[in-house]
Design a protein around this ligand. Structure first.
Ligand code: TXA
Ligand code: MG
Length: 314
């Protein structure tokens, strides 16, 4: 039995509850309680310059958190909520500055997982929640991943099975005339274009000026990850043990110690859902290095490639 009552009690007393969403597991705290929010940063070792996403159970409950709900935001909310889209909008004074790292804008979304919605309804308030992993590490897509990463730094973990989408939400800024994708994610560029028309994808070097979370090195496994063309030579005196993270094609040439294939049929949604767990399994093998196959740069492939590029050694 999932104990939502205990979870709500923990949240009301300023504690941390990890909960499943359709994207990844979140580490939740009462978004309007600054002390509780501070515990999120502490538990994750997350720098306080990286702001959090505020989760609500329905679009109407975003209103008190923002200054206004522009028509484009309404259209996007109608099209994609509940779902893996985060909108950046000017914040109201209700949202503590720590949540937004002092920015005048706030990130909001309605998650699609029934347990996340159940928790938000039972708590009856907004929850600030980053991915439930230590800062910079691979995001958790199972409750087991959360426990392995955060252990007793989290008061309660709600078990909701593996996450269906598997990569984080798309972060879309509505602060400028043309919407800007700050992080590719579970809602694809193509889907957004259908609702917004024009959407801007910033150049990688626009970086932190747009969103503190646009760090180039992120989501990193412990084992160094490379594009095959970037793999350095090893002077270990023995043949290096290398793992291969394939999007679709098993290289099957005996060069790799271990191979993970994300989707034999080349299905982008299936590959995204499998990505972080496969990366963790490879990371647990104690290999010298990992290399990866790039996914097609379309649909969810953009989010997959973004995570792999940022997980890779430069
Ligand atoms: O799918 C998801 O979005 C998951 C689940 C738990 O909802 N959450 C998640 O949170 O990925 P986190 O903290 O790992 O990523 C939040 C991203 C960061 O890159 C952060 O910099 C950006 O959103 N962000 C938050 N508030 C922002 C703001 N006001 N302006 C620009 N970027 C913001
Ligand atoms: Mg994260």
């Amino acid at each position: 039995m999932i104990d939502l009552k205990s979870a709500v009690r923990v949240l009301r007393s300023g504690g941390l509850v990890a909960f499943p969403t359709e994207t990844v597991y979140g580490l939740g705290a009462d978004a309007l309680n600054e002390k509780a929010v501070a515990r999120i940063f502490e538990a994750k070792n997350r720098p306080t310059f990286d702001p959090l996403i505020v989760h609500v159970d329905r679009a109407d409950n975003v209103r008190p958190l923002i200054l206004s709900f522009p028509p484009l935001a309404e259209r996007l909310a109608n099209a994609f909520w509940p779902g893996p889209l985060t909108l950046i909008l000017p914040k109201s004074s209700l949202v503590p500055d720590l949540v937004t790292s002092g920015l005048p804008s706030v990130a909001v979304r309605v998650p699609a997982h029934p347990l996340a919605l159940g928790l938000l309804q039972a708590f009856d308030g907004p929850l600030a929640a980053p991915s439930a992993n230590l800062f910079g590490q691979v995001s958790p897509t199972t409750a087991e991943h959360v426990r392995a990463s955060l252990g007793n730094r989290v008061d309660l973990v709600l078990e909701g099975g593996p996450c269906a989408v598997g990569v984080e939400s798309t972060v879309l800024s509505l602060l400028e005339e043309t919407p800007v994708i700050l992080r590719p994610g579970g809602v694809s560029l193509e889907d957004l274009q259908e609702i917004c028309g024009k959407v801007r994808i910033p150049a990688p070097n626009e970086g932190a000026a747009l969103s503190p979370g646009r760090l180039e090195q992120h989501y990193a496994p412990h084992t160094p990850l490379y594009l095959p063309s970037d793999l350095p030579s090893f002077s270990t005196g023995r043949r290096p043990r290398i793992g291969y993270l394939a999007f679709q094609n098993d290289p099957a040439d005996g060069m790799y110690e271990r191979v993970e294939v994300l989707s034999n049929g080349g299905d982008l949604a299936e590959a995204a859902a499998a990505l972080f767990a496969a990366l963790r399994r490879l990371d647990a093998c104690g290999l010298d290095a990992l290399v990866y196959e790039v996914a097609p740069e379309k649909g969810l492939g953009r989010a997959i490639n973004d995570r792999l590029r940022r997980a890779a050694k430069k």
